[in-house]
Write a protein that binds this ligand. Sequence first.
Ligand code: FES
Length: 143
Amino acid sequence: MARVGKPLVKEYATDEVVVEWEPRLCIHSGNCSRLSPKVFDRDRRPWVKADEASADEIERTVAQCPSGALRTRRLKGVSVKPRQRFEICASAGGPLLVTGGVRIVDAEGNVLHEGEQAALCRCGGSSNKPFCDGTHRTNGFEG
Ligand code: FES
């Protein structure tokens, strides 16, 4: 199975943990900045400061990212990432939220995304299908 290009992934690291952010998957839920505002601040550059909290706190916060745009890799210590069971949830007025591991392929069998989570558009308005891009907030979708 082929993999389509290499998506842009930005990394923010301390000596304990690496925070990865894949912008094309981000639906701007705001969970990260609500849970750890010192670490995640969209109005600051860089917007992620991994040294503003413990690796455990960062892992717990990143686990609440519904799209899988934020991920962590632990360099030291034991991961506190909660194990998620496989589930697909139709969020209120928003995307299908997939947790527990997912591989998304296109019609030609190319791997578009592989990870623990994904947010898939169900409003039809995303410019980044099959991924949600947050357009459901402005196109009147009520599903
Ligand atoms: S559900 Fe979010 S853009 Fe369609």
